[in-house]
Design a binder for this molecule. Structure first.
Ligand code: CTP
Length: 417
């Protein structure tokens, strides 16, 4: 049965691919969900399927040119992009992906896409020949788009229109409708809940040009922030250095060092219901910060000794000052003895939950898009054996891990909606 998307405004962008005819099926399915559908087409798409088909299916004008202005006092591409609850590009040709990645706006579809606000979910369902799909240019464009938060509905494999067999078929219409439904029907189960998240890597300066840091990208912390915000939470992220793009709809404050991160987190400690320490915080910082760049010594001195001092543990400091009803979650990044090390951190830092991950496992850890984690919780009865409950999860995208973490938190916090 089709989902109920009554009143949701969806903008369907159709580009030039033989599978453009399947976009008509998609429009028909979306129409049955009660969604209000508008369609824009590239010139190439009109070579595969006529605008009249979409006009009949949607009962709305179909735009194929940037100068098509059905309502005289409104600029069509701005209006369509900004009023949509969700934008889907299906099929997305290699050319269209390239234009999106580079911000080109030279027709009605690309001008609409450039005018889509950051907070609006944007999905692309690519379809093309296998060689085009596997071309490094297409791969790079998809990396760029994913980093910006665009959701890619991966193409399937099989016999393609060009008679090649391989990957590149437009995903099944049912799969596309499901992805759209998932985006539009997000439960607001964190409404009214404040979440403070630390993310990224701290940097501890040595001199004006050097610092001690680590390989964290901030992807996990940002994925948590994005999911929590979409589920209705009020989210504050205190982030060190990150390479990931900050998510829309959250407040972001930068903290370079562990000390700064701690003081910011403590200053906000009364304002949150849930704290998630996803940052990779330096455990040590240089004992002295040189005011001038440290110079290379003469030929006879081949060694230099750095004296390091312990930094504050942000997570432990927050957990130590936890108030009634607050829920504190940490991460354990381990390279060995995953569960016993994570259990020690859960206990010693006084946490309500810890997310353990072996950062050496393939598909887990720093700067990947996936993670393999196990959740640990203290037993309700302190004397119980084992002293913690564990919940291992399979390899998932960081977005999926974020949702699982939030599900686990939601089932444990007492906050009535
Ligand atoms: N953490 C923190 N402040 C620190 C160190 C860690 O807030 N100075 C937090 C991290 O954000 C994470 C958890 O503590 O949620 C565990 O971090 P991890 O690096 O795995 O462990 P450490 O406590 O630093 O211990 P070790 O380096 O010995 O594994």
């Amino acid at each position: 049965m089709d989902a109920d998307l009554t009143g949701k405004k969806i903008l369907l962008c159709v580009s030039g691919s033989i599978s453009a005819y399947k976009a008509a099926d998609l429009a028909s399915h979306l129409g049955k969900t009660g969604a209000v559908l508008h369609v824009v087409m590239t010139h190439a798409a009109t070579g595969f399927i006529a605008p009249a088909t979409f006009r009949a299916l949607t009962r709305n004008p179909v735009l194929t040119d940037v100068f098509d202005e059905p309502i005289s006092d409104r600029i069509a591409h701005i209006d369509l992009a900004q009023s949509a609850d969700l934008v889907i590009v299906a099929p997305a040709s290699a050319d269209l992906l390239a234009k999106m990645a580079h911000g080109i706006a030279d027709d009605i579809v690309t001008t609409c896409l450039l005018a889509v606000p950051q907070k609006t979910p944007l999905l692309v369902a690519p379809a093309m020949n296998t060689v085009m799909w596997e071309h490094p240019a297409t791969t790079a464009n998809l990396v760029t788009l994913k980093a910006r938060g665009v959701e890619v509905i991966e193409p399937g494999s099989g016999l393609l229109a060009c008679q090649d067999v391989g990957i590149g078929k437009l995903a099944d219409v049912g799969e596309i409708v499901e992805a759209i439904t998932k985006c539009l029907c997000v439960p607001q189960d964190f409404e009214g809940i404040g979440i403070l998240i630390t993310a990224g890597a701290t940097r501890e300066p040595l001199d004006p040009v050097r610092f001690l840091s680590n390989r964290s990208s901030g992807k996990m912390g940002f994925a948590l922030a994005e999911s929590a915000a979409r589920r209705g939470a009020k989210v504050l992220v205190i982030a060190g250095f990150t390479t990931a793009v900050p998510p829309p709809g959250v407040t972001l404050v930068r903290a370079e060092t562990a000390e700064k991160m701690k003081s910011l987190c403590l200053s906000w400690r009364r304002k949150f219901d849930v704290f998630i320490g996803a940052a990779a915080v330096s455990d040590y910082a240089p004992a002295e910060i040189s005011e001038q760049k440290i110079k290379k010594r003469g030929d006879t001195e081949n060694e230099i000794t750095l004296r390091l001092v312990k930094t504050p543990d942000v997570l432990a400091a927050i957990a130590a000052q936890k108030q009634e009803g607050q829920f504190v979650v940490g991460f354990a990044a381990e390279t060995e003895n995953l569960l016993s090390n994570a259990q020690d951190k859960l206990r010693s830092k006084g946490l309500d939950m810890i997310v353990a991950n072996d950062v050496t496992a393939e598909g887990a850890g720093f700067d990947t898009d996936t993670n393999i984690v196990t959740f640990l919780f203290p037993q309700d009865e302190p004397q119980s054996e084992p002293q913690f409950k564990s919940q291992p999860l399979p390899k998932m995208s960081k977005k999926e891990v974020a949702d699982e973490i939030l599900n686990a938190i939601r089932s444990r916090i007492h906050h009535d909606l």
